[in-house]
Design a protein around this ligand. Structure first.
Ligand SMILES: [Zn+2]
Length: 277
């Protein structure tokens, strides 16, 4: 079975504690927010917080840690003020993650709100170019997450992400996070071997499988192509256990961190299900 299985862990008791909690549940990877994801207020890390986190990594041997950006960031927004706040927040996220030696930052591409999808995608490219202006080779990779396409959210078609990657200056600075729930809701079937292979073939042709750096493993409350983003516990939704079994045994995902994002109260149980597949 593939390794690198983890979940999203809370940093309520500190960044280092999240790493310890993941280890306790048998994970060899995890995802965190480096700040409150529901607010614009930024956070700079103290030396103690950074040291604590780095020593927790060392003690547990957990190397692959993923940060998820604030939900408020929207680089596709037509509002100048929103764009400014989003860019500032993303730059701060890069700074925190560089200090914490976190390799991957996962971000939802954005919602265009008004106008066309193309307008929104162009705004994402422009804003990313500004964010990446000062990036160097040691910067974390920004992973654009596949979405369900609810409302005006972009990223529900692989082509959206391919457009962004093709058009930005810093092509080596980005990759993709494939969320099973989102992509299934967007219309990409993965429920059996045949449909899974077809979806991966499409991903490879449009985005390149080498760009798939992280997976979010979530079942979906809503059906194929529903365009509604509702996570469900593993095996309890419309996707079903079969898909997760295929993913866990798919050789090309051996080195891809796989993160569960189901509600914290059920994380332990969902991890057990995954470990037993
Ligand atoms: Zn996700």
């Amino acid at each position: 079975m593939n390794k690198l299985i983890g979940a999203h862990f809370s940093i309520a008791y500190g960044l280092g504690d999240a790493v310890g909690a993941a280890k306790k549940q048998g994970c060899d990877t995890l995802q965190i927010f480096t700040k409150n994801p529901m607010g614009w207020q930024e956070k700079s890390l103290t030396k103690d917080e950074i040291d604590n986190f780095l020593s927790a990594k060392k003690e547990t041997g957990i190397e692959e840690i993923i940060a998820h950006t604030s939900y408020l960031i929207n680089l596709a927004s037509p509002e100048k003020q929103k764009q400014y706040l989003s860019k500032t927040a993303l730059i701060q996220e890069f700074k925190r993650c560089a200090a914490l030696k976190i390799k991957y930052i996962v971000m939802h591409p954005g919602a265009y709100i008004e106008g066309s999808e193309k307008d929104g995608l162009k705004r994402i490219v422009e804003n990313l170019n500004l964010v990446f202006k000062d990036a160097d080779g040691s910067s974390p990779l920004l992973l654009l997450e596949t979405t369900a396409g609810q409302g005006t959210n972009l990223g529900y078609k692989f082509e959206h992400l391919a457009f962004i990657i093709k058009m930005i200056n810093n092509k080596n600075g980005v990759g993709v996070c494939f969320d099973t729930c989102h992509s299934f809701a967007a219309g990409y079937d993965i429920r059996d071997e045949k449909s899974f292979q077809e979806t991966m073939k499409k991903f490879d042709e449009i985005l390149g499988l080498k760009n798939l750096r992280v997976m979010h493993l979530n079942d979906s409350k809503k059906g194929l192509g529903s365009r509604i983003d509702r996570h469900q516990n593993i095996g309890k939704g419309e996707i079903g256990l079969g898909a997760f079994k295929i993913i866990m045994n798919y050789k090309r995902f051996k080195k891809v961190p796989k993160i569960l994002e189901t509600p914290p109260s059920k994380t332990q149980n969902d991890l057990k299900i995954i470990f037993n597949l």
